[in-house]
Design a protein around this ligand. Sequence first.
Ligand code: AVJ
Length: 323
Amino acid sequence: MNVHAPALAEAHHLDDQTSAFARDVIGDLSQYPKRLSPKYFYDAAGSELFEQITLLPEYYPTRTELAILRDRCRAIAAFIPTGAALVEFGAGATTKVRLLLSECSLGAYVPVDISGDFLKLQADALRADFPRLQVLPVAADITAPFELPEAIGAMPKVGFFPGSTLGNFEPHEAYAFLQSARDILGKGARMVIGIDLEKDERVLYDAYNDAAGVTARFNLNVLHRINRELGGDFDVGAFIHRAIYNRDRHRIEMHLISKKALTAKILGRNFSFRPGESIHTENSYKYSIERFTALARGTGWTLLESWTDSARMFSVHALVASD
Ligand code: AVJ
């Protein structure tokens, strides 16, 4: 379906952010198989559920990456020039950047995130704890080009992309993202990036199928969000969470499966589901160090250093723009 966003927004009195959400939801649910973009998980409720996920015993990525950042913060800080602007792509909670802040003297910290309200709260808390740090949040979708604040023009730029968020991108999108990050950061750019690694399938499976059901609630929240923001009438209780590891494609896939035949109405349009039909809501790609190195090299970055935990669950990499 070709959805004309301005017309849609005008007919339903939606603001810019909500009309982009509406356009994507209607377009993506009109495809077969149906899908939704994982970037829409993170409204206030979804951001809160994700913070809960990071604390789950089965969800190893966040705590493993934090341990790497904590153990290696000296080496990582040495890679960040004094007075640099640290640009965090898709900044959620500030827990990770705080580990680096105490080790390096930044000119500015620029968190960039689609979730503007959460971003402002996090920025205020950070200013309170680091009163001498310039915090310049940018509310933007990191999958599209955006402008950096003018105030950091003269500072060396270092990108920070932790959490293996790159794993949400299709291989061609990951390629485009790394190229565009290099363009946005400019000449002499550096980048610190966290990448989740391939591992035992049981460990991967459990990380996305936690016993407490928090990941299920996180996945289902996107349907609640559609109901809240777009006036949808999804029977959320008729859907179940499913996460599987697709070994051939090196990715965890998350789906919402309709338990029965049903119809959901969103902004005057009807979407029908067969029993067992899926909405594909997320891919979380897992890399080997070799495949990530090849990706970085192919997008104009030179890999200077890689750090992992002793069990090789997660990795953090230091990249420099190649020319
Ligand atoms: C934030 C994209 C890294 O893929 O592990 C966690 C999101 N989804 N549990 C991930 C997520 C389900 C997370 N990333």
